[in-house]
Design a protein around this ligand. Structure first.
Ligand code: NDP
Length: 312
């Protein structure tokens, strides 16, 4: 347990946190980054990133995040591999406490805590967690080589996961609750052109079954209509790709957020309702949620923090 004084504390280490770190360190603010329990954030769980400017051939997510981290460190950002578990924004300096009860007294805070995968809320998801249920194909896909798997969702993440798994598994079911995919055209096309992906439109998962792990899923098609039918699919892996929720629980009651928990910044700045606290990246972005837009707000948050510190 210790107490330390900081000018800028950055909570989170995705593209937003690291970019804020690069800008704040280049402004001589000597930022401290708490990188949390998923250093590098969600992109460390993706495969190839093709749409981040500057990488014409694409780049692997973990590699890009390692480079961003290195870039932040190069200018003096200090990075701690721990989690901030409580904050008190009622007065300055802001009191932020980590998992080891160390206290950081920060003149300014940049929240860049990102978002985490959502689950359907089925009891079976918990029952088979780590035994066939996963929200990260790139982390766990390897275990399903030459097996059958299902991915739930119809967005870009689901398509990306399905394509990744199609390269490993024998067969991939994409379980989509509507009669269309929400993913971008390019991703939809790739999915449709991949032979071992079967799209189950208008389908929802009722439950999972299996002795020592997932062996199948019970699916309902056209639920609530006269064409409703229930059937089983044989799968060994069940992957969720139905979106994310913001990691903002510890700020609840202190920072203004919407009903889903996304921080509401005072656009066009990254200021929150608490003077000296700024928000960047997916934790404050229910709309775009891209690596590049997160990096952009990380830059803006660092500039906003710099201006705030100059004025105070
Ligand atoms: P999205 O919110 O775009 O898609 C979520 C999907 O999950 C939708 O198809 C949704 O269905 C479905 N879904 C949500 N809840 C349930 C449920 N309870 N049961 C069944 N299905 C459900 O999230 P993504 O994570 O796919 O993407 C988030 C953002 O990140 C997007 O802007 C996306 O473009 C971007 N992204 C970009 C990538 C890239 O460019 N390479 C890669 C990955 C993400 P419905 O349509 O019915 O609501």
């Amino acid at each position: 347990m210790s107490e330390q004084k900081e000018r800028v504390l950055i909570i989170g280490s995705g593209p937003a946190g690291y970019t804020a770190g690069i800008y704040a360190s280049r402004a001589n603010l000597n930022p401290l980054i708490y990188e949390g329990n998923q250093p590098g954030g969600q992109l460390t769980q993706t495969t190839e990133i093709e749409n981040f400017p500057g990488y014409p051939q694409g780049i692997q997510g973990p590699e890009m995040m390692a480079q961003l981290r290195e870039q932040a460190e190069r200018f003096g950002a200090r990075i701690v591999s721990r989690v901030i578990t409580a904050v008190d924004f009622s007065e300055r300096p802001f009191k932020c406490t980590d998992e080891n009860d160390n206290v950081i007294l920060a003149d300014s805070v940049i929240i860049a805590t990102g978002a985490s995968a959502k689950y359907l809320g089925l009891p079976d998801e918990e029952k088979y967690m780590g035994m066939g249920v996963s929200a990260c194909a790139t982390c766990d896909g390897f275990f399903y080589r030459k097996k059958n798997v299902a991915v739930v969702g119809g967005g870009d993440t689901a398509c990306e996961e399905a394509l990744y798994l199609a390269g490993l598994a024998r067969k991939v079911y994409l379980i989509v609750r509507k009669d269309y995919l929400r993913a971008s055209e390019v991703m939809q096309k790739r999915v449709r052109e991949t032979e071992n992906i079967t799209i189950l439109f208008n389908c929802n998962t009722l439950g999972l079954f299996g002795e020592d792990g997932v062996e199948g899923a019970k699916i309902v098609e056209n639920k609530g209509t006269d064409r409703e039918q229930i059937f089983d699919i044989d799968i060994d892996g069940f992957f969720l790709a139905i979106g994310h929720h913001p990691n903002t629980e510890i700020f609840r009651g202190q920072i203004d957020m919407d009903a889903e928990g996304y921080i509401i910044p005072q656009a066009p700045s990254t200021k929150t309702n608490v003077e000296g606290v700024f928000a960047a990246g997916d934790c404050a972005d229910p709309t775009y949620r891209q690596a590049i837009s997160a990096a952009g707000t990380g830059c803006r948050a660092a500039l906003d923090a710099e201006r705030f510190l100059m004025e105070h």
